[in-house]
Design a protein around this ligand. Structure first.
Ligand SMILES: C[S@@+](CC[C@H](N)C(=O)[O-])C[C@H]1O[C@@H](n2cnc3c(N)ncnc32)[C@H](O)[C@@H]1O
Length: 192
């Protein structure tokens, strides 16, 4: 049966307009926080740049997305790179991650607020969540036009309030907006 999110995103990936080659900044800048061994999930992974980074770091990596196109591309990349990534076409809203499953979860540019308690529960004790996505406060038109898919001020911090906050960055429109980390918020939180 066709799935509206899958249809929409399959069309996006088929057009070649989407698909990042680089892992998200929160992961690159704070890679030193990653455990050396353990399990990791790239949730709503798209073409899986984060998953590739996690697997190259040595973590036993899973990557889930509702788009078959995206998952197929990641599967091919993993084969080319000689990496083992456990890919799955999965609607994470219908089937959220199971409790106590991962040491690391990465979410980038995907915001489904009702899912966040499940994501936190899916972390092992001391597990880490790396999250980065768009904010409503922005200096240009990057990202979704629908504000429902963008974070309100400090919202990511509140949504992840049950975690020990290790890193939080959200610069809004403060100061010289030609510089800094704009349009987005980033967080690393640890489950205690
Ligand atoms: C803006 S893209 C971000 C992809 C990737 N995380 C990145 O940073 O490049 C949003 C992704 O969420 C996926 N997605 C949307 N709804 C989903 C759902 N219900 N379950 C799983 N993935 C979903 C889309 O297929 C798409 O790959």
């Amino acid at each position: 049966m066709s799935h509206p999110d899958a249809d929409k995103w399959n069309a996006v990936y088929q057009s070649g307009k989407h698909g990042r080659d680089e892992p998200v900044r929160i992961l690159k800048d704070y890679a030193h926080l990653l455990p050396k061994i353990g399990t990791a999930l790239d949730l709503a992974c798209g073409t899986g740049a984060n998953a590739i980074f996690l697997a190259q770091h040595g973590l036993q990596t899973s990557a889930w997305d509702v788009s078959e196109q995206a998952i197929n591309r990641l599967h091919e990349s993993a084969i080319q790179l000689g990496l083992k990534i456990d890919t799955e076409i999965r609607d994470v809203i219908v089937k959220p991650p199971e409790a106590n499953r991962f040491d690391v979860i990465v979410v980038s540019y995907f915001l489904e607020r009702t899912l966040i308690p499940y994501i936190i529960d899916a972390l092992h004790m001391n597990g880490l969540l790396f999250y980065q996505t768009f904010t409503r406060e922005r200096v240009d038109d990057t990202g979704p036009t629908n504000d429902g898919y963008r974070l309100a001020e400090n919202e990511l911090l509140k949504l992840c309030g049950n975690l020990h906050i290790v890193i939080y960055r959200e610069e809004g429109m403060i100061g010289d907006t030609a510089y800094g980390f704009r349009n987005e918020a980033m967080l690393v939180g640890q489950r205690h």
